[in-house]
Design a protein around this ligand. Structure first.
Ligand SMILES: Cc1cc2nc3c(=O)[nH]c(=O)nc-3n(C[C@H](O)[C@H](O)[C@H](O)COP(=O)(O)OP(=O)(O)OC[C@H]3O[C@@H](n4cnc5c(N)ncnc54)[C@H](O)[C@@H]3O)c2cc1C
Length: 650
């Protein structure tokens, strides 16, 4: 079917927020013509999307994986000891929800209240949080929903390592809770839920939930993929359409090959935190001086566009575990028989298969004690007093355990691993993104801003220590993988220790070099026994410095970009108002995580969906529509036939 040249609403960018808006509006009124334009490929029925356990593959930067765009810092950062950070971002229909790690968490109530915008308090948003969820876990609070299109469950399996982690966390004063995603809990651990449908074993992505579901039953939702939105077309300051170009500039002698589509009622920008500000600037909405320099006609002078970029920061430390542990290392390494077994298991019974899981089964949210605060230095304490002290629902750090090494296995010795993730939830550092040319094919100027505020070091340092203490108290623990830890002085009591000799013999029982005396390379300890671990490791000032250097060298994105088109007053650098209208324009809204004026303490898929739901409500009001609840039934084709598929390794 050819695409119309004019529709009612154009949604630019098919991430979670864009999918919610396009799907909800099209489903509300079959006579409303809605077009969704997405820069990446269609995700429909792609087994490399819908099988939860293969998610790591989406992060391969090998020139073949097209599901992600990798934003690289334009300049080296002195805060990262001369390194450039890299922020991967989705490039596929469904956006982040088609490639993300599927970890389900939610922001604290005060995060939304802190936006200080009418209609955006946690109380206002709670009904929308509920209407998007198909919550498939037992719970004893009233904040979840059961009839929505997005499935949340524990996935196919929970590893014994997760229980080991929860017991060890409890020993350290982090109590177990049934549900720490109740918008209030800020210091507890839980079995970490996943965006996986427990009945089908599939990833619960936003395109399947909101877009394919509507396209299966109605014909008023037009989907254009592999098409990059170049700019919004204005008449005066009124948005009346968009111009898009092919995702690859490989024809037409390098000239722009624009296709114009008209929008009778609204243009919605949902191209994500790193995409939306670029479209705005190319369209003449941004800082006047920048637009002038690039010869772009200014429609609205908004210096806040592209500023105040935020993320969450991750460090990861890797530990050895016993050979008896169940980890996904051999699957990730590509051991053929293990891979075949797991893929076949998924084809036969996806609802209970190991692949119907991300192997991230447990995690915690934590706040420091008074004593810990004293050790965290003046910069963090100042931030604490301003930001956290009177907001008891805000955690400072998240932590989680992966049952395997989240790392390139070619760099690791044989054996089994767990990875401890430490996530800083409310960094004080800020970055920015701006176009460097009017061409949609030119790389933008990007500064992630990671660690450019000193206050961000102390909480990461603290949580590195906490997760190390947890690992040591786990029954499965067999040492630190020294390459993935700070380089402490060998004489320090904090120095990392690798596997003991028994574990070495378990890994390579017939190896001629197992337990070889080359003492400087392997510093084996006494056999590990978690029952004997009672005292925490003591760290000197020098050790803390080693941790801070390690943070500078290895801190990474948590893939939770937000904040570049903030919803706040125009005179404070705001880009959109509380109804998500772009200041100084008409018929133009931004609906994605770029609109967040402050950080949200959560893995951000839930928040992107929520912003999409709120945006859909606001647009429905503007258009005089009533959204239909529940949403269209979510398709799950092709239904597994109980036989192994042929195209498993592509
Ligand atoms: C690798 C990774 C792992 C993550 N893990 C988790 C997790 O475990 N749990 C969790 O809760 N969250 C996770 N997230 C975060 C979550 O997925 C994102 O916060 C969420 O997807 C953001 O939604 P969005 O709608 O704002 O934008 P995005 O998801 O970024 O979607 C924007 C879309 O717009 C498209 N686009 C961009 N520019 C253009 C253009 N010019 N024209 C047309 N289309 C364009 C992009 O291709 C993309 O599809 C992860 C994200 C990533 C990338």
């Amino acid at each position: 079917m050819g695409h119309p040249e004019e529709v009612d609403v154009i949604v630019c960018g098919g991430g979670p927020a864009g999918c919610v808006v396009a799907g909800r509006l099209a489903y509300a009124d079959p006579n409303l013509k809605v077009m969704l334009i997405e820069g990446g490929a269609n995700n429909r029925d792609d087994p490399w999307v819908y099988r939860p356990g293969i998610f790591v593959k989406n992060m391969q930067r090998d020139g073949v994986n097209e599901k992600a765009t990798f934003y690289v810092d334009s300049e080296k950062s002195s805060h990262l000891r001369g390194r450039r950070s890299i922020v991967p971002c989705a490039n596929i229909l469904g956006g982040g929800s088609s490639i993300n790690f599927q970890m389900y968490t939610r922001a604290s109530a005060s995060d939304w209240d802190d936006f200080k915008q009418p209609g955006w308090t946690a109380k206002d948003l709670l009904p929308l949080m509920k209407r998007l969820e198909n919550y498939q876990k037992p719970t004893n609070n009233d904040t979840h929903g059961y009839d929505g299109p997005i499935a949340i469950s524990n996935g196919g399996t929970i590893t014994a390592l997760a229980q080991d982690f929860l017991r060890a966390s409890d020993a350290l004063g982090i109590p177990f809770s049934d549900d720490i995603q109740d918008l209030q809990t800020s210091h507890a651990s839980e079995i970490w839920a996943k965006y996986v449908n427990r009945h089908t074993g599939r990833r619960s992505d936003a395109a399947t939930a909101y877009v394919h579901s509507v396209m299966d039953t109605q014909s008023n939702l037009y989907l254009r993929t592999n098409a990059r939105v170049n700019r919004v077309i204005f008449e005066g300051n009124k948005a009346v359409g968009v111009a898009y170009v092919p995702a690859r500039n490989r024809a037409n002698g390098g000239q722009l090959l624009e296709t114009i589509v008209k929008a009778r009622k609204y243009v919605v920008l949902s191209s994500g935190t790193l995409g939306t500000p670029q479209i705005l600037e190319r369209s003449g909405v941004g800082k006047q001086e920048l637009l002038k320099k690039l010869d772009i006609k200014c429609v609205s002078d908004l210096p806040g566009v592209g500023e105040e970029y935020q993320d969450h920061y991750t460090t990861l430390s890797i530990f050895r575990v016993s050979e008896q542990s169940h980890t996904v290392d051999d699957f990730l390494r590509g051991v053929p028989e293990v891979r075949r077994e797991l893929f076949q298991e998924w084809e036969v019974s996806p609802e209970k298969a190991r692949l119907s899981s991300n192997s991230i089964d447990a995690g915690f949210k934590i706040r420091p004690t008074e004593q810990e605060l004293k050790e965290m230095g003046p910069e963090f304490n100042e931030l604490w007093n301003k930001y956290f002290k009177n907001k008891p629902d805000k955690p400072v750090m998240f932590g989680s355990i992966v049952s395997g090494a989240y790392a390139d296995h070619t760099l690791l010795p044989p054996g089994k691993y767990i990875t401890m993730f430490q996530y800083l939830e409310y960094p004080a550092s800020r970055g920015k993104i701006h176009i460097s040319s009017a061409s949609p094919y030119k790389e933008p100027f990007f500064d992630s801003g990671f660690m450019n505020n000193k206050a961000d070091f102390a909480p990461i340092r603290w949580s590195y220590k906490v997760t190390r203490e947890i690992a040591r108290r786990m029954d499965a623990f067999r040492g630190d993988l020294t390459s993935h830890h700070p380089h402490f002085h060998p004489d320090s009591p904090a120095a990392c220790q690798d596997i003991d000799l028994q574990t070495a013999k378990d890994i390579l029982p017939n190896g001629f070099t197992t337990a070889l005396h080359m003492g400087t390379w392997h510093r084996p300890s006494e056999p590990y026994d978690a029952n004997k671990v009672h005292e925490p490791i003591k760290y000197s000032k020098e050790d803390d410095k080693a941790i801070d250097d390690w943070i500078s060298d290895h801190v990474e994105t948590t893939w939770h970009s937000l904040g570049t088109c903030a919803m706040k007053p125009r005179e404070e650098g705001g880009v959109v108002d509380a109804r998500l209208n772009v200041y100084g324009t008409q018929n133009l809204k931004c609906v994605d995580l770029s609109i967040c004026p402050d950080n949200l303490g959560t893995n951000t898929y839930s928040s992107a969906l929520l912003v999409g739901e709120k945006g859909a409500d606001l647009l429905a009001e503007d258009l005089g529509l009533k959204l239909k609840l529940p949403h269209a039934p979510v398709p799950h084709a092709p239904i597994p036939k109980g036989v192994p598929a042929t195209q498993q390794l592509r």
